[in-house]
Design a protein around this ligand. Structure first.
Ligand code: CMC
Length: 392
């Protein structure tokens, strides 16, 4: 009964008011609290951007110092979580382990948490930002059978993550500054993107008053799919499958992507909102060139395939008509691989970086007071019918 707007996939439904992120998909504009992503990527860093997204203004030097100190204070996870990790199959996908372990944080921070109190919401946000790199690196270590590495608070956010990923008790890994800079930029480019599928999931779960760590775990699950954050892993798999950069070979894959009877799509291409270049992809491509040339890897074979593929697709009528451009996931995998990050960790890194976006939206929603999210449906099932009388 009643009249509802029918909008499958929420193509034209605004689910909330938000002051955090603005996108103009036609022009390819992305602003965080009013600041263009290009300027932030150039001049800011992930921790400063995190403060901005959460609090609405750039931190003063003193606020920045306090914020970094608070994040460093929370980097360790409860030692009992180690037992929880041990329950996973040794070859589990790290995203499966992330969904579980981040959800498990709810067990450590629940009874004393009052989400209606601003202070408690801030502490939850700080804990999440600080503990995600630790958990992400633990997922990697667990999956490759190496001992967990504890955080080092004298390192920067990105350096500490790389240190926990690659150090072993036999050999300390000291992060290369080029890698740390590229990593921090990748975190910034993934930090927030308004009401995407995972953020909307976090808001929907959060609208019931659920524990914030459980909400973020739901966001991680939503991000995992290849249509969303899982695309960065899928891009590298696709580039490996393409294999060589000859024109005919690449054209074959472009033709497959156009064929509606073939499920193959160009991964890292297309976006629900952008009908123009994804501004994050532009910065990512520049970063990719920078990192590879600084490492003397300018002729990386996968980068060559990616660039050729982009060129061929952008000249193809199919992609032009549909306004399909490379998105944030197209070049990130090539940088991550150059840093030495295994492909199955790509989406985990996206989740780590997006956590600040998720928790900022959750905080905004709870602070503004919200109704429970409860979409309606158009029922298409059978009309009333009666259960058949049983024969005795
Ligand atoms: N390759 C080939 N055709 C495509 C692609 C692609 N990557 N993306 C869209 N199309 C076609 C699609 O077949 C459809 O054609 P037609 O109108 O003839 O039926 C048209 O373009 C519109 O696509 P859609 O699927 O209706 O668009 P959507 O807004 O529902 O989906 C998308 C957006 C991102 C899921 C989709 O473009 C896609 O699957 N891309 C590949 C996966 C990917 O790179 N995802 C990362 C997105 S950005 C980061 C993030 O969100 O995590």
């Amino acid at each position: 009964s009643g009249y509802f707007t029918y909008d499958p996939g929420f193509v034209s439904t605004a689910s909330c008011n938000s002051e955090i992120t603005y996108i103009d998909g036609q022009k390819g504009v992305l602003l965080h609290r009013g600041y263009p992503i290009e300027e932030l990527a150039q001049h800011s860093n992930y921790l400063e951007l995190s403060f901005l997204l959460l609090n609405g203004h750039l931190p003063s030097p003193q606020e920045y110092e306090e914020f970094s100190k608070t994040i460093r204070y929370h980097t360790m996870v409860h030692e009992q979580l180690v037992n929880f990790f041990k329950g996973f199959r040794r070859d589990a996908h790290p995203m499966a382990v992330m969904c579980g372990t981040v959800g498990a944080l709810a067990a450590f921070y629940h009874d004393s948490l009052d989400i209606t109190a601003e202070r408690d919401r801030q502490i939850s946000a700080h804990r999440l930002i600080a503990k995600m790199p630790t958990l992400a690196a633990m997922c990697h270590k667990y999956c490759i059978g190496q001992p967990f590495v504890y955080p080092r608070n004298d390192l920067s956010f990105a350096e500490n993550f790389l240190y926990m990923m690659f150090s072993t008790p036999c050999e300390e890994y000291l992060p290369n500054p080029i890698f740390a800079k590229a990593m921090d930029r990748i975190f910034m480019l993934h930090a927030d993107h308004e009401q995407n599928a995972s953020t909307s999931t976090v808001r929907l779960v959060g609208s019931t008053g659920a524990n914030p760590f459980a909400c973020i775990s739901a966001g991680i699950a939503a991000l995992w799919g290849p249509a969303h954050g899982g695309a960065n892993e899928a891009v590298l798999t696709m580039l490996e499958e393409i294999g060589d950069d000859s024109e005919e070979n690449i054209q074959r894959f472009v033709d497959r992507a156009k064929d509606k009877d073939d499920p193959f799509r160009l991964m890292g291409f297309g976006h629900r909102v952008y009908r123009n270049f994804d501004p994050r992809a532009k910065v990512m491509k520049e970063t990719c060139d920078e990192v590879l040339s600084e490492l003397g890897l300018g002729e990386d074979p996968q980068l060559k395939i990616a660039k050729r593929l982009e060129q061929i697709a952008l000249e193809d009528e199919y992609f032009v008509e549909r306004k399909l451009y490379p998105n944030v996931d197209f070049y990130s995998g090539i940088i991550l691989r150059a840093i030495g990050i295994p492909t199955n960790m790509f989406t985990v890194i996206f989740a780590m970086a997006r956590t600040i976006g998720w928790v900022s939206h959750w905080n905004e929603m709870i602070a503004n007071g919200t109704k429970i999210g409860r979409p309606r449906q158009l029922y298409t099932g059978p009309e009333l019918r009666h259960y058949p009388a049983k024969q005795d």
